[in-house]
Design a protein around this ligand. Structure first.
Ligand SMILES: [Zn+2]
Length: 470
């Protein structure tokens, strides 16, 4: 039996336990930087199988590294496990919260973390049999707020890792070459003077006015930024009562663009607009830099490797009940929305997928030079070491990200099948990299080509600390 077969068999034989872990994390549904139960479950499973665990890396209490093996090469596997606020949902094909207002796994990170540990343990069984090198599983918190991996990269935890593999549940089996937007996440805290809003407004300076004038300025800026940029904000605090001129108010901005330097250029304009708001109102303000991230660098060789492994293993097939469930979920989305969702993936001949409910094909990598509008902290890892983030078909095509539909599917057999498939693809690809030095060199050459001689600089200020909630 080949080393790869040893790993793949381990996953098949242990699929009940793997699914149980994914479903448990789905039930925990913990918010970013609060994923204590989820990270503990993943850590204890890895320890049980001989992994050495270091918890609380990079000042992140729910981040961890689990290591097995000795020497080179060092293959990294990423796992995420944070949920999203307000998305609680039962695993049924109609909108019905499990618990009103509670968080839910609307990005499938219960599957994400679990496919990673299952692959790590499977690869360990193969190393024991007949392979050499090391595996490091990176437990990455707070992906949804784009925090975890940026701080982990700044701490240097990926510095001596030869390559990194990451899976994410999606609607296609694909290792595409699309990039993601670079981003800054920043809060603006304005300070004014409180006064009676009716009897002495002339003595007040409204921090809320400054927030609103800043937003107006930024809304005018939109016409004068590159087409691909995205700027969005919320007002976190707009004052306490209408009869008091607000002395404090704050907004929270995301600024996104395809490249880091484009984000920084727009960000500098936004900083000036905030100063302009102060001049108009007579307030002062502080800038709180929460996090930033780079665009994701594709790796052609890793995409090919993952695609080959997908084909070798074979995509899951579905029963009539599973297809009926998928159809009910798919029918909650109007056809126009589905068409737009497919078009946004920038895949050639997307029209052919319009009538497909759940996509069982394995796509050739596509999208080199194209950028998706969302951002991920996998971007920063991809600038440190060759990295692939691939997708397995979990959700019916056209279902939006961060939705009740995704929460529902993430705990059904559709989710379970994509989890087992992904774990096998991760394990198979990791074993190829551990046992084929020429392949690893080609992956590294592709990495240097995609970096184009640019040097990585953390978007974080040197003294930045992660915003750990109380
Ligand atoms: Zn996600």
């Amino acid at each position: 039996m080949s080393t790869k077969d040893v790993a793949l068999d381990w996953i098949s034989e242990n699929s009940t336990r793997i699914i149980e872990i994914s479903d448990k994390i789905w039930e925990y549904a913990e918010l970013p930087l609060k994923e204590y139960k989820s990270s503990n479950l993943l850590m204890s499973e890895l320890q049980k199988h001989g992994y050495k665990v270091t918890r609380g890396v990079a000042d992140l209490p729910t981040a961890f590294i689990a290591s097995y093996g000795e020497g080179e090469p060092v293959i990294g596997i990423l796992g995420e496990y944070d949920a999203l606020p307000g998305l609680s949902q039962k695993p049924i094909p109609r909108k019905e919260p499990l618990k009103n207002g509670a968080p839910g796994h609307g990005c499938g990170h219960n599957i994400h973390g679990t496919s990673g540990i299952a692959a790590a343990i499977a690869v360990k069984t193969a190393i024991e049999k007949d392979a050499h090198g090391s595996v490091k599983f990176f437990g990455c918190p707070a992906e949804e707020t784009v925090i975890g991996k940026v701080f982990m990269v700044q701490e240097g935890v990926f510095d001596n890792v030869d390559t990194v593999l990451s899976h994410h549940p999606g609607s296609m089996n694909a290792a595409d070459l699309l990039s993601t937007n670079a981003m800054n996440s920043v809060k603006f805290h304005f300070k004014g003077i409180a006064a009676h809003a009716a009897s002495s407004p002339d003595q007040g300076k409204s921090a809320l006015d400054a927030v609103e004038l800043m937003n107006t300025g930024v809304n005018f800026l939109r016409e004068h930024v590159i087409q691909e940029a995205r700027i969005h904000y919320v007002i976190e605090d707009g004052g306490k009562a209408p009869n008091i001129v607000p002395s404090r108010a704050n907004s929270w901005y995301y600024i996104r663009a395809p490249e880091r330097w484009q984000v920084e250029s727009i960000y500098n304009k936004v900083l000036n607009i905030a100063k302009g708001a102060d001049l108009m109102v007579g307030t002062t303000h502080e800038v709180q830099f929460i996090t930033g991230t780079h665009n994701k660098l594709p790796n052609v060789k890793l995409s090919e490797l993952v695609t080959e492994n997908m084909r070798m293993i074979g995509a899951p097939e579905y029963s009539k009940e599973e297809l009926d469930f998928a159809k009910k979920i798919a029918d909650t989305i109007p056809l126009e929305e589905k068409k737009n969702a497919l078009k946004k993936k920038k895949i050639l001949q997307w029209e052919k997928l319009v009538d497909v409910v759940i996509d069982t094909s394995i796509h050739e990598p596509w999208g080199l030079g194209e950028t998706l509008t969302a951002s991920t902290d996998v971007g920063d890892v991809s600038w440190k070491t060759p990295t692939i983030e691939f997708w397995t078909a979990t959700y019916p095509l056209g279902i939006p990200g961060h939705s009740w539909q995704k929460v529902a599917v993430s705990k059904t057999s559709l989710g379970h099948k994509s989890l087992i498939f992904a774990a096998k693809v991760l394990a198979g690809s990791a074993i190829d990299l551990l046992t084929n030095n020429t392949l690893l060199k080609e992956v590294h050459t592709a990495f240097l080509e995609s970096k184009k001689n640019k040097i990585y600089k953390s978007p974080l200020p040197p003294d930045a600390k992660p915003p750990i909630p109380d």
